[in-house]
Design a protein around this ligand. Structure first.
Ligand code: SAH
Length: 400
């Protein structure tokens, strides 16, 4: 097996079982190693630190798979075992039948860097976002096809930015890798709602599974109120609010396709009594329109896309978060609820709280934190890899 030698004193993070080795830490090798090939990693004195997958085109040169002087050499059996174990750990989700859509493999969180596998009512949709993941693809797909409950087919989304950084193909955007072709829309159930998932064209693998717990936590606050759901995508938070008895729900998104699906999702569950409104607009603009028209709401949800992709974008992103949160705070009726989220990994909870408290000061309103939300159990984060924690949410109640 080819070998990578680290520079002196660059072994610290690997010894702490952090899975990423950046190109700047490499002093030598691995001559002739192919994209995704398993390599041995040694420190500057030649002591083995473990084995990982080599990514020649990426800034992250190695993603570790096994650690220590006695580490197991990665092979197909190891990878298959990890996939099966990851699926097995989700057994409780299938058992309680609260949903039939969940993440089966969460990359580093399941010791399979670069591998994401999402399950939608019988169909698994994967993303392979590192050279190593791409190289192990066949065994991963075979194992998913065997172990995922009621698996009818496994397919792949390739249109992910990071694949380009890894030097991997991004076309075709969607491909069936095993079994049946999924339908144009897969109907999933989640709590009191049903959603149609477009696994070919939808965001991520088709749905924001990572906000499942937050949707369930926030819905009940709707309680008869007038709800504004910003960045609605296919309706998630708004449809939960409707199921929890909102008097009115306004769904706002800049994507016409997302709103079209949100409307269809509304029709999948027959409830009456909630007035539904759909607005195709930029949220930054729409919040200002509401302000100018003097509209007020009992509950506002802000679930924007990632504003800060990297640390360097944090300043600009912070201004964006403050802007929408400040506007939303001013649009809340007395004792109203603001459920606000950030999925920017570069922004930690402390900074997010600081932005929110500055917005509250500028809005001249007092808020209490009623609840915090985060990634659900099917999106686990390794203790040694805090970068895996990207999603945070706060439910605030206005005290006046
Ligand atoms: N809350 C959703 C997920 C939101 S994802 C759920 O639970 O499923 C973010 C959404 O924001 C996407 O649908 C995207 O189309 C939309 N979006 C991005 N920028 C926007 C903007 N400036 N104004 C309005 N919508 C925007």
């Amino acid at each position: 097996m080819k070998k990578i030698v680290l520079k002196p004193s660059r072994d610290f993070t690997v010894r702490r079982r952090h899975p990423w080795i950046f190109s700047g830490a490499l002093s030598d090798g691995p001559a002739g190693a192919e994209s995704g090939e398993a390599v041995e990693v040694v420190d500057a004195r030649g002591e083995r630190l473990g084995y990982g997958s080599y990514s020649p085109a990426s800034q992250i040169s190695v993603r570790m798979l096994t650690y220590g002087a006695d580490a197991q050499k990665p092979d197909e059996a190891l990878i298959a075992g990890r996939v099966a174990a990851a699926v097995g750990r989700r057994a409780c989700f299938f058992a309680d039948a609260a949903t039939n859509a969940m993440r089966l493999v969460n990359a580093e969180g399941d010791m399979l860097p670069g591998v994401v596998a999402d399950y939608y009512a019988g169909f698994v949709v994967c993303q392979f976002t590192s050279a190593g993941a791409e190289r192990w693809k066949t065994v991963i797909v075979e194992t998913l096809a065997k172990f995922a409950p009621f698996c009818r087919g496994v397919s792949e989304r390739r249109d992910v930015d990071v694949r380009a950084k890894e030097g991997l193909e991004v076309e075709p955007a969607f491909a069936v890798l095993s079994g049946d072709e999924p339908p144009e829309f897969i109907e999933i159930s989640e709590g009191p709602c049903k959603f149609l998932v477009d696994v070919r064209n939808g965001h991520k693998t088709g749905f924001y599974l990572d906000q499942r717990d937050a949707r369930a936590a926030v819905g009940p606050y709707a309680n008869g109120g007038d709800v504004l759901n910003c960045f609605s995508y296919t309706g998630g938070f708004g449809l939960y609010a409707r199921a929890c008895g909102a008097s009115k729900v306004t769904q706002v998104d800049s994507s016409a396709e997302a709103l079209a699906l949100a409307k269809r999702n509304e029709g999948l569950v027959h409830l009456c009594g909630t007035a539904m409104e759909y607005v195709e607009d930029d949220v930054f603009k729409y919040l200002r329109t509401c302000r100018d028209e003097g509209r007020m709401f009992d509950m506002i949800v802000l679930d924007p896309p990632k504003f800060a992709a990297t640390r360097s974008k944090l300043m600009k992103a912070s201004r964006g978060y403050k802007d929408i949160n400040l506007l939303a705070m001013k649009l809340l009726r007395p004792h109203g609820i603001l459920a606000t989220f950030s999925c920017s990994g570069a922004m930690d909870t402390t900074l997010f709280d600081k932005i929110l408290s500055e917005a509250a000061v500028d809005a001249q309103r007092d808020f209490q934190i009623v609840e915090r939300t985060g990634q659900p159990a099917d999106h686990p984060v390794p203790l040694s890899f805090p970068e895996g924690l990207y999603l945070k949410g706060v439910v605030l109640r206005s005290l006046s």
